[in-house]
Design a protein around this ligand. Structure first.
Ligand code: GBH
Length: 479
């Protein structure tokens, strides 16, 4: 087909067309350099970390152990018996870490508070020196123009709490802790996440035993733990509402299972929505609907959680935003089973990053936002974590050329751009992670950072991905 000058001109913006006046036009419109994929003005680019993974300083200034101190010091539980005793030593090096954030140009930083630094016994008397550390971090961030976003609970439960998440009292203790933190920090911190990733501190800790506290309890016991966990979230939301400065925004950071339709037709997309609702029934669905689905209660039968009057109302407390940690997809197809969908089995050849579980599927970043948004219409959504492990090495020039991580991130952020451009209420993105850190049961063997950390010297070195992310933030676009 012949493309006339007139037709071609219509496909270009006025300024671009003017630039071509008088020159021979290329044959096809798509030969033009495309515009960058820009994000909405004010989009919040950030990085994320968590207390036990970066802080070290485990017995300083009155901090007492969390269940992760106990677990990592138990032989055989973590890679090479590694622990968070020192980690990145961010307890002492936090100013250096905030300088790294500043160099990236991030607008915000998501970090978590070590509950047992502030309440060494989990409840009762607070430890002012513990809070002081977070006062220093918050002040240093603000001094550098970076908005602090605080996660209250990222798995490091105070060891002193009797029964841990097996006890309903732990939910109540979490509410008291949330009240105290929000009372003292909300003059400077505008956003709080209650908990991070329910399955990791309930199912993986209490059923599979691969995370702290390393138990293998029955389905009924685990469902009760899950219930106390979401109850804690709800109590936390209410405590923050009652104690924080007005206008403080509250949400959570959840690794909801992300269902990607096998193809984009209305039937498969509807199946992905159904799967999102049922597949996340014990956690996100219960929180955003204020009830357990009939399907979940039926499936669990006698093992379903015991719910006290008023619990579901607390659990369903309205949120200002939903935070989604997006890593790995499940592919779903519509079928005629009672739920109307089937989750596809993963082929052995399906590609993954350095962590065996980290299957590559950039569409998760789009579908995480879209499924949750279509189902529950939250006011705002953040991607609270996305990133990957890679087998980083320092080359002979002293550089870490992590092109695989850049590939991973570029594709995910492109998918996030799609969600933003379709009008979904996506407000920000936190890259996991600012720097290599203690990767839980994998110890220091899996690196997720934009900065390489030499765990002997604690020296931080920016990787190629840090350079790349700096450009993304500066241009507010995929680069
Ligand atoms: C997040 O979890 C965490 O919030 C963060 O602390 C962590 O460092 C980051 O991602 C990277 O892992 O034992 O093989 O079954 C992501 C979700 C769920 C992934 C638990 C690893 C256990 C893997 N994680 N899963 S395996």
């Amino acid at each position: 087909m012949r493309i006339t000058r007139r037709r071609f001109g219509q496909t270009l913006a006025g300024t671009a067309a003017a630039a071509f006046a008088g020159v021979t036009l290329p044959k096809f419109a798509w030969a033009q350099k495309p515009e960058l994929l820009r994000f909405p003005d004010g989009f919040m680019w950030g990085c994320a970390t968590a207390s036990y993974q970066i802080e070290g300083g485990v017995s300083e200034d009155g901090r007492k152990p969390s269940i992760w101190d106990t677990f990592s010091h138990t032989p055989g539980k973590t890679f090479h018996g590694e622990t968070g005793d020192v980690a990145d030593d961010s307890y002492h090096l936090y100013k250096e870490d905030i300088a790294l954030l500043k160099n990236l140009g991030v607008k915000c930083y998501r970090f978590s508070i070590s509950w047992s630094r502030v309440f060494p016994e989990g409840t009762g008397q607070p430890n002012p020196k513990g809070l002081d550390y977070y006062n220093r971090v918050v002040d240093e961030l603000l001094k550098n123009g970076i908005a602090p976003y605080i996660t209250l609970f990222h798995w490091d439960l105070p060891q002193a709490l009797p029964g841990g998440w097996q006890s309903r009292d732990t939910a109540k203790a979490f509410g008291d802790y949330a009240a105290y933190i929000s009372r003292h920090l909300s003059d400077r911190v505008g956003h709080f996440f209650t908990t991070n990733e329910f399955t990791c501190f309930t199912d993986i800790g209490y059923k599979e035993g691969r995370f702290a506290p390393g138990l293998k309890l029955s389905d009924g016991e685990v469902n009760q733990i899950r219930h106390y966990a979401i109850l804690a979230h709800g109590m936390g939301v209410q405590a923050i509402r009652a104690n924080a400065k007005s206008g403080t925004q509250v949400g959570l950071a959840e690794n909801a299972t992300v269902y990607v339709p096998v193809m984009e037709d209305p039937e498969q997309i509807a199946a992905a929505r159904r799967a999102t609702r049922e597949g996340n029934a014990p956690f996100l669905t219960a929180i955003l609907e204020g009830k357990y689905t009939d399907g979940y209660l039926r499936r669990e039968g006698a093992n379903a959680p015991k719910v006290e009057a008023g619990d579901m109302k607390i659990i369903g407390s309205p949120l200002d935003f939903v935070g989604l940690n997006a890593y790995t997809p499940e592919y779903v197809r519509a079928d005629s089973s009672p739920h109307g969908y089937v989750v596809e089995e993963r082929q052995a050849s399906y590609p993954h990053m350095a962590s065996d579980w980290l299957y590559i599927g950039p569409e998760v970043t789009y579908w995480a936002v879209r499924n949750v948004s279509d189902l529950w219409k939250p006011r705002a959504i953040y991607i609270t974590e996305n990133g990957c492990s890679a087998d980083d090495v320092i080359n002979s020039a002293g550089r870490i050329e992590d092109t695989d991580r850049v590939m991973y991130l570029r594709n995910h952020i492109t998918q996030l751009h799609r969600a933003a451009s379709e009008g979904y209420p996506i407000k920000g993105y936190f890259l996991w992670s600012l720097m290599d850190n203690f990767e839980w049961a994998d110890g220091y063997s899996k690196r997720f950072g934009l900065h390489y950390v030499d765990f002997k010297t604690l020296k931080r070195t920016p990787k190629l991905s840090a350079e790349w992310y700096t450009e993304v933030i500066a241009k507010n676009a995929v680069v």
